[in-house]
Design a protein around this ligand. Structure first.
Ligand code: CA
Length: 223
């Protein structure tokens, strides 16, 4: 899962990026509305965290422009605590949720998880595929109840496939959703990570669909 953080307060920006990266997400960041708008317009994000008070282009204008251009990614806005009118304006401009400042980082993480599972059509924070289970809250992966140890990129890959289980996901889509902007994509190809993941969870969970991509399946369903 790949997120974008648009926040002009450098300390808060850093705290958000650190917390979200630690939670297993690929994170891009922008310090003002103009750059943030550009990234959201040209890159692919699973959730955007958008501050409303931003230099160069305010958050509401950024959001309105994206929605006019049919950019549909879930957007969580950050508002001032006492400005109820900001919340209303933000939601009307196309925001999916809001958090008022100052906030606890746990609340941001919980709301991001909720937006991700809602946009993928899941009701619970635990996603299951037969004996394979992913707890998006603790980032724990188990097979038949036994924990599987994954690197952050392996987790990100599996989490994306689990959120979209049963659907064929192309390599291009995976590249867009797993890596942040600065990642060295050439030496870290999707095939390599799929190969490593297949050694850690039973390989038959990740089916290769020739010419199209990968699909997470429950091998027990196929008999
Ligand atoms: Ca601000």
């Amino acid at each position: 899962m790949r997120l974008l953080v648009i926040e002009d307060d450098p300390d808060l920006n850093r705290q958000l990026v650190t917390a979200l990266s630690d939670a297993g997400y690929a994170v891009d960041t922008a310090p003002d509305g103009e750059e943030g708008h550009f990234l959201g317009d040209t890159e692919t994000y699973d959730v955007v965290i958008l501050d409303l008070g931003l230099p160069k282009m305010d958050g509401i204008s950024v959001l309105e422009q994206w929605r006019r251009d049919d950019r549909k990614m879930p957007v969580l806005i950050l508002t001032a605590r006492d400005r109820w009118s900001d919340k209303v304006a933000g939601m009307d401009a196309g925001a999916d949720d809001y958090v008022a400042k100052p906030f606890h980082m746990e609340e941001i993480l919980a709301r991001v998880r909720a937006l991700l599972r809602r946009s993928a059509g899941h009701a619970k924070s635990e996603i299951e595929c037969g004996p394979l289970a992913l707890d998006t809250k603790s980032t724990r992966v188990t097979v038949d109840g036994t924990a599987v140890k994954l690197t952050s990129l392996e987790y990100r890959l599996l989490a994306y496939l689990m959120h979209h289980r049963g659907r064929v996901v192309s390599r291009t889509e995976l590249v867009e959703h797993l890596y942040d902007q600065d990642f060295d994509r050439d030496s870290n190809t999707i095939e390599v990570f799929v190969g490593r993941l297949r050694k850690k969870i039973p390989a038959e969970f990740i089916a290769t669909v020739r010419g199209l991509g990968y699909c997470l399946v429950n091998p027990e369903d196929e008999h």
